[in-house]
Design a protein around this ligand. Sequence first.
Ligand SMILES: Nc1ncnc2c1ncn2[C@@H]1O[C@H](COP(=O)(O)OP(=O)(O)O)[C@@H](O)[C@H]1O
Ligand SMILES: [Mg+2]
Length: 222
Amino acid sequence: MIKLEWIEKKYDLGHVTVSALDGVSLAISRGEFVAIMGPSGSGKSTLLNVLGILDEPTSGVYRLEEHDITHLPDRERARIRNRHFGFVFQSFNLFNELSAIENVMLPMTYAGVSFADRRRRAAELLDWLGLNERLHHLPTMMSGGEQQRVAIARALANEPDLLLADEPTGNLPTETGEMIMTTLEKLNKDGVTIVMVTHNEVQGGRATRRIRIRDGRIRGDE
Ligand SMILES: Nc1ncnc2c1ncn2[C@@H]1O[C@H](COP(=O)(O)OP(=O)(O)O)[C@@H](O)[C@H]1O
Ligand SMILES: [Mg+2]
C-alpha cells in the first residue's frame, strides 16, 4: 500500500540543521496494525506526518499504491488525505465551536457528500462509538475519552484506507485509553490499516508489528 524509500526530513534552524528522519525505508501493507515506538524526539511524529502527507520529506520517495506522491501540489495532497487517510491526534484537535456530529460531518463536506448522507453517517459512527447521547454536545462539554471517540468517528467519516494516530491515548486515563485501544483493534479486524505512535509497550504489544525508531532511524521492525 505504502512504500517509503530512503526518506530524510531536515529542519533548517538557521544556525543548525536538525535531522528528524535520517534515511527511513519502510513498506506498509493493507490490513497491518503498525505501532511506531521510540523515545521522545526520535522522529515518530515526523514519520507519521510524512506518512499522512501532512509534511513533505526533504529527500526520498513516497509511493502510495505504486504512485509517486512525494511532491504534489497542496490541493492534490489535501484531496488524497481527505479521501484516503484518517487522523487521530493526542490532543483530539476537534473544532470547539462545532458539536460532535458537526465535527464528524465536516470531512464529508469536503468530499462532496450530501447533507442528509453526512448526517446519517455521522450519527451511525457516533452511535457505533457509544456516543448516541452526545451528538449535539460541544467538545468542551465532553470528557477526554468522549472527545477522542468523536475524533475517531471524524477520522472514519470518509472510510479511510489508512488510519494514522499519534499517541491517541496520551492524554487519557488508563481505563479510557484501553477503550480507545479496543476500538482501534476492532477497526483493524474490520480491515482498516492502522499506524499508531505510542510510548506504551503494552499498547504497542497489541499491534501486529512494532517499528522502533531512534535518532530518526529505524532500529527494529518485528
Ligand atoms: N517543526 C520543527 N522544526 C524544527 N525541529 C523540529 C520540528 N518538528 C520536529 N523537530 C525536531 O525533530 C526531531 C523529531 O521530532 P518528533 O518527530 O516530534 O519526535 P517524537 O514524535 O518522536 O517525539 C526532534 O529533534 C524535534 O525537535
Ligand atoms: Mg511526537
